[in-house]
Each structure stands twice: as C-alpha cells, then as structure tokens.
Design a protein around this ligand. Structure first.
Ligand code: GDP
Ligand code: IMO
Ligand code: MG
Length: 433
C-alpha cells in the first residue's frame, strides 16, 4: 500500500462518517490541513480529552497548535458563522492563528441563507432537507458568476460596488417571488466592511501557500466535508449538496494537481445514516434502526435532526471506492454495533430481479432496487476499550475483513469510539519519515 506526504480523508456515504475525528487524529502527523469543499453545512465533531468541539468551517486540525489550516477556493465561507466559530474557539482557550482563507473562496451572503430556507419551504414535500445555511444559493451565484469572494472583503470599494449591483436583483426575488421583506443595502455594506476588517489577517492566496508547503516537503491533510453520495454529480440527485466532496473536488477546491493528492482514505461508518430527504435503500424503520440511532446518538451536528439509520451498504462503498480511487478505508463506529446479535450488510442490488453492477442515477430505479443482504453474527461484547486489532472480538474482525474483501480496499484504521485513543491503526497513511 502506497504511503504519501499528503493524505485525503473523504466521506463515502451520506456524511457524518466521522471524518472530523479522523482528521483530528491524523493531524498530529500533518503540517497543513485543508478544507476544499462545502461550507458550514458540515458538522465535524472532535473530542479532545473531556472537551467536545463541533467544527463547521474551521478545519479539524485547528485543535493541534501550530498547524496551518486552510479554507481552499472550493469552500463557501459565511463570514458571520466563521467569526463566531473563531471567537468560540478562542473563548475555550484555543486559537485560529493558523487559519488562512483563499481569496478565491466564495462568500455565503445573508440572502443566500434566506433563499435556501424560502426555497425549501416553497418546495413543501419536495424539499431536499438542506441544512438551511445558504450553501446551495451561494454555489449557484458562484457558477452564475454573480458571487462575492473572500478577496472582495479586502477591497471595500469594490465590495460596496458589487453589493450595490447585486442587491436590487436579490430583493426583487425576495419580495416578488417569496413575498419576503427586502434587505437593507446600507446595513449589509456596513456589516461586510466589518467582516472584512476582522477576517483580513486570514485572507490570502492559499494556492501559492499550499504549493510552497508541498514543495518544502510538508505533510498535507485534505479534509473532506459531506460525502460521495451528496456530490452534485455522483450523489442521489437532487437530494445532494451543491459541491464536489469527492476526490476530484480536492484538485479544483484546493488548487493542486492530481499527483499531489497522495493517499486517499475513505471513511466508512459501520452502518449507514442519512440526514435530510432522498433515497436510502438499506434504511431501517424498525427497533434495530432505533437501537442504532439511540446507541450511536445519531443526531445531526449542524441541525440536531435525527439521522435516518440503516444497514451498511457496500454497493455504495464500492462505488465510492471507484470514484475516489480509495487506497484504504477507515471504518468508524464499530462499537455502535456491539450489542447486535446479527448484523446485515448489503453486498449489491437487484433491479427487476437481476443483479446490477452500476449505481442507478434515476430516483425511480433507486426506489425499485432490492438490496441483497449477507448476514453476519454479531460479537455482542464491548469494543470501546480495544486498542489493537488483536484485541477486537473475532466476529468483529470478520466483519471488518468482509468489508475489505467485498469492496476490494484494505481497512487500515478502525475506530471504536469518539476519542483519539479509540483508534486502531493497522497501517499508517502518511509516509514514514
Ligand atoms: P463527520 O461529519 O464525518 O465529521 O462526522 P460527525 O462529527 O458529524 O459525526 C460523527 C460522530 O461520531 C461524532 O459525534 C464523533 O464524535 C463520533 N465518532 C467518531 N468516531 C466514532 C466511533 O468510532 N465510535 C463512536 N461511538 N463515535 C464516533
Ligand atoms: P458533514 O461534513 C450530512 C445534507 C443535508 C441535505 C443535503 C443538502 O458533517 O458530513 P445543503 O445544506 O448542503 O444544501 O444540504 O446535504 N448534508 C449533510 N449531511 N453531513 C454533512 O456534512 C452534510 N452537509 C450537507 O442534510 O440532505
Ligand atoms: Mg457531520
């Protein structure tokens, strides 16, 4: 297995696989941690000792002093939310001194959040179930070439001019389409000039910064947010987010070519969850689903919503392995299955009674597929205190190996709890010194 000086940690399912925990764990060996997609729709929980941190925009390396933490150009940044997060961290004795924001990163403006919520409400039963953070509308403006970027915060005159150009159209939509109050130009201008002053020390050209770090042989960790099945192209469209959380998004969202994306690890939760609407072939509506939700405390980090729970779907993980060129799998939350007498795993799908080898793009087909299950015995003992592969119960090891074999990718890390020490490393991702 190849080991590199850069490692990417990507979600393989519908998010909340435990990427934050793993990035924090691996950050100890890294110099730089880079977010490349999404915004504060992400909720990455990191437990350090007795403290729990819920990170949304700050890269999960921020809890290790001295690491450079980049928000790449592919990220959308809500300045108000970011400042709140920075202040919150500082109040707890932490520091965001290593934070750098790409001058090319687009901003989430106040109207984006309002539009996100208004669109969801108007969609009624067809809603996506977004986080309501304005992420979709911000990416819409980016691609429509009507967005504002972090770099604009450094040039107040241009900022004011751009807001003056954009706001009449926004207000026409708010009042005309959604019957909402218009936004006050003056208030927004003043607020964004203040944000610019507060964020000025952090905004820079992260592309040359990252280039220089890589050239100097520093170790880089690319932190995925969201996940493969929320990808705008590969996910269960339209029940997706508006960015590319997949491996390709690293190049376009961080400003590196593919040869600089070294080892790619996919985070796989030992079962499946989804928050928001959309297809979920292995969803459980019974007591087992409830046991997983309660045992795993499956409630959203960003919105507090109950997560939908189901069996592990290896048809999904196989698709993720291909799309992301996974070198390894980090399996998380194995401990949540500790009490189950039997565990089912979906190994493939049948469509109209016949096996299929692709992941359907059509929602209609997805509603018709039948998961093919394999049943495995549970281990029915606690794994939270296991610190090595050998200490894991045999049935748990068999479960892990079955995943590796079915997907065709080695499982090199196994997580048995939220804490740093509850991580079993079978093989290191970063190259040895
Ligand atoms: P992310 O969005 O992928 O970073 O994941 P979230 O932070 O939204 O959700 C994962 C949750 O599981 C967090 O509360 C983590 O602290 C927790 N967690 C991570 N790994 C494990 C594990 O192996 N076992 C248990 N029980 N919890 C874990
Ligand atoms: P992390 O990084 C889980 C989901 C939302 C909704 C859809 C679109 O913590 O894994 P959006 O607000 O992005 O327009 O919502 O995507 N979603 C997530 N689900 N984890 C996430 O991030 C998510 N980010 C967005 O629930 O279904
Ligand atoms: Mg999350």
């Amino acid at each position: 297995m190849a080991q590199y000086s850069s490692v990417a940690v990507l979600g393989t399912q519908w998010g909340d696989e435990g990427k934050g925990k793993l990035v924090d764990f691996l950050a100890e060996q890294a110099d730089v941690v880079v977010r490349f997609a999404g915004g504060n729709n992400a909720g990455h929980t990191v437990v350090v000792g007795d403290d729990t941190y819920k990170l949304h925009l700050l890269p999960s390396g921020v809890l290790h002093p001295g690491k450079l933490c980049l928000l790449g150009n592919g990220v959308v940044v809500d300045p108000a939310a970011l400042l709140l997060e920075i202040r919150g961290l500082e109040q707890r004795g932490g520091s965001a001194a290593g934070l750098r924001i790409s001058d090319r990163a687009h901003l989430v403006m106040p109207w984006h959040q309002i539009l996100d919520k208004a669109q969801e409400q108007a969609a009624g039963s067809n809603r996506i179930g977004t986080t309501g953070k304005g992420i979709g509308p911000s990416y819409v403006d980016k691609h429509a070439r009507t967005g504002l970027r972090a770099g604009d915060l450094l040039e107040p005159e241009i900022l004011i001019e751009r807001i003056r150009q954009i706001l009449p159209r926004v207000n026409a939509v708010l009042t005309g389409v959604y019957r909402l109050s218009p936004l006050d130009e003056q208030v927004i201008m003043e607020r964004f000039i203040e944000y610019g002053q507060a964020l000025r020390p952090y905004i820079c050209d992260t592309i040359s910064l990252l280039r220089d770090c890589l050239a100097a042989g520093q170790r880089v960790l690319f932190e995925g947010a969201q996940a493969t099945f929320l990808d705008i192209d590969y996910g269960t469209y339209p029940y997706v987010t508006s960015s590319h959380p997949t491996a390709g998004g690293i190049c376009t969202g961080a400003g590196v070519g593919p040869h600089h994306v070294g080892h790619i690890t996919g985070v796989v939760k030992a079962y499946t969850t989804r928050v928001g609407e959309g297809p979920f072939p292995t969803e459980l509506f019974d007591a087992t689903g409830e046991l997983i939700r309660e045992g795993g405390q499956e409630y959203g980090t960003t919105t507090g919503r109950a997560r939908r729970c189901g069996w592990l779907d290896l048809a999904m993980v196989r698709y993720s392995a291909w799309l992301n060129s996974l070198d390894s799998i980090a399996l998380t939350r194995l401990d949540v299955l500790d009490k189950l007498p039997k565990i089912r795993v979906c190994t493939g799908y049948l469509l109209h009674g016949r096996p299929i080898s692709h992941y359907p793009s059509s929602l209609h087909e997805l509603s018709q597929i039948e998961p093919v299950y394999r049943e495995m015995p549970g281990w029915q003992s606690s794994t939270g205190d296991c610190r090595s592969w050998e200490q894991l119960p045999v049935a748990a090891r068999d479960y892990v190996e079955m995943i590796a074999q079915t997907v065709g990718v080695p499982v090199t890390m196994v997580s048995v709890g939220p804490r740093r020490e509850q991580t079993i490393v079978r093989q290191s991702c970063f190259a040895e010194n």
